[in-house]
Design a protein around this ligand. Structure first.
Ligand code: PMV
Length: 361
C-alpha cells in the first residue's frame, strides 16, 4: 500500500458527537528500531512482543463545531487531571495525521487517558498512548465510513500511530508485530506494522517479560534525539544491515523454538542499541550501574540453572527480563530474591505477551 491509500474519499456520512474508548498495550522490541528517515520512516525493520499488562486506556469524546476550526481544538487529561504538558505532542500528531483524517478540524475533542503503569516509571507510554489515540480516531472514521473492512481499520490505525511515535505502529494487533520493510517478510511495510506472518513455536506463547524499574527519572536524551544521531553515525550502515540480518535469522528461531538462538540475538540487539548511543556524537549512556548488575546476575543465574532467562533494554535504564512461561515459577523467585534489590523502591512489573489493543466502548 502507498501513503495515498490512507487518504479517504470525501465522507458521505456525518456524525455530530460521540465517545469511544480503547485500551492499547506497550510493546518491547526484540530487533530494535533506532534511526529514522523523514516522515517517521524507519531506517531499519524491527519486531516486538506486544505486552499485556502495561497499557494505556484512552477515551475520546468528540462533538462537531459550528464551522471548521482554523486550529485543532482539544483538551487532554491524565488520570482525571488536565495535562497541558501533553498538548504540544498531540498537536504535532494532529498536524501529521490531518491529511489522512480530514475531519479533525470539524470537531472539538476531549482526550482522557490513563496508564496502567506508574507515571514516570521510565516505561515509555508513547507506544501505548499514541496507538490508543490513533484507534479512537479510527473509530470516528469508521462511523463516517461504515463499510470499512477490519483489516484496513487496523492497518490505518498502525499507520497513524506510527506518525505519533514509531514504535506505536507495533501496538495495534497481534502478539509479535513487525514494522519496516524486510525482504524476507512478506507484506512488511515501512508505513505500518503487520502481525508476524510465519510459524511461531508454542514455547513463545505467553512469553514472560518482567520489567525491572531501575531508574524512574527523566531520560537525559529523548528517543527523538537518539534517532537523529544515527544520521551521521559511523556505524549506521552496519547497524541497519545487521537488523535486516537478525530479522532473517529470527525466522528459523521462531519456527523451531530455538531458545538459545533467541537469547543470543535478543541480548545482542539490546547491547547494540546502547552501543549505538555510546558511539554517536554526542555520545551518551542511558544504562545505570544497576542495569549492569542485573545483566550480570541474569547471566550468572542462566549459567548456573540452565534456564532460558535473558534480558533486553529499551532506550533507558530499565531491564526487561524475558523467559518462557514454563520457567515462570523459578525465574519469578530469582527476580524477587536477587534482582528486586537493584530496582528503585524494589519495583518491578510482571507482564507477558498479549494480543493487542481492545475496544472498551
Ligand atoms: O517510538 P520511539 O520513537 O520512542 O522509538 C523507540 C525506540 C526503542 O524503544 C529504543 C526501540 C524500539 O524498537 O522500540
Amino acid at each position: 500500500m502507498t501513503v495515498k491509500e490512507f487518504i479517504p474519499s470525501p465522507y458521505t456520512k456525518s456524525v455530530a458527537s460521540g465517545k469511544t474508548t480503547y485500551k492499547s498495550p506497550s510493546n518491547i522490541a526484540l530487533v530494535k528500531y533506532w534511526g529514522k528517515k523523514e516522515n517517521q520512516i524507519p531506517a531499519n525493520p524491527s519486531i516486538s512482543f506486544t505486552l499485556n499488562e502495561c497499557a494505556t486506556v484512552t477515551t475520546l469524546s468528540y462533538r462537531k463545531v459550528d464551522g471548521p476550526n482554523d486550529a485543532f481544538s482539544f483538551e487532554v487529561s491524565l488520570d482525571g487531571k488536565k495535562e497541558e504538558g501533553f498538548k504540544p505532542k498531540i498537536k504535532t500528531f494532529f498536524e501529521r495525521v490531518y491529511p489522512y483524517l480530514p475531519f479533525l478540524k470539524e470537531y472539538h475533542f476531549e482526550i482522557e487517558t490513563s496508564n496502567s503503569f506508574p507515571h514516570s516509571s521510565g516505561i515509555a507510554s508513547s507506544a501505548s498512548g499514541m496507538s490508543a489515540l490513533a484507534l479512537c480516531l479510527m473509530e470516528i472514521e469508521r462511523n463516517l465510513i461504515p463499510a470499512m473492512p477490519a483489516e484496513f481499520f487496523n492497518r490505518k490505525a498502525s499507520f497513524l500511530a506510527r506518525l505519533g511515535s514509531g514504535s506505536a505502529a507495533r501496538s495495534i494487533k497481534g502478539s509479535l508485530v513487525q514494522w519496516g520493510e524486510h525482504a524476507g517478510t512478506e507484506g512488511s511495510s515501512d508505513l505500518y506494522g503487520i502481525e508476524y506472518p510465519y510459524k511461531v513455536h508454542s514455547v513463545f506463547n505467553d512469553y514472560c517479560d518482567t520489567i525491572l524499574l531501575v531508574d524512574k527519572g527523566q531520560k537525559q536524551v529523548s528517543s527523538t534525539v537518539g534517532h537523529d544521531l544515527m544520521h551521521d553515525h559511523p556505524f549506521s550502515k552496519q547497524r541497519f544491515d545487521q537488523a535486516h540480518a537478525n530479522l532473517s535469522k529470527l525466522r528459523s528461531i521462531f519456527e523451531g523454538g530455538d531458545l538459545d538462538g533467541f537469547i543470543g540475538l535478543v541480548e545482542s540487539e539490546a547491547l547494540t542499541l546502547h552501543a549505538m548511543m555510546m558511539t554517536s556524537r554526542p555520545y551518551f549512556i542511558l544504562m545505570k550501574p544497576n542495569t549492569l548488575e542485573i545483566i550480570n546476575r541474569i547471566w550468572a543465574y542462566r549459567e548456573a540453572t540452565k534456564t532460558h532467562v535473558c534480558f533486553t533494554l529499551d532506550a533507558g535504564a530499565n531491564v526487561h527480563v524475558l523467559y518462557p512461561k514454563n520457567e515462570k515459577v523459578l525465574v519469578e523467585g530469582f527476580i524477587a530474591d536477587e534482582l528486586a534489590g537493584y530496582c528503585q523502591n524494589g519495583q518491578f512489573i510482571h507482564d507477558h505477551v498479549g494480543r493487542g489493543a481492545q475496544k472498551i466502548n
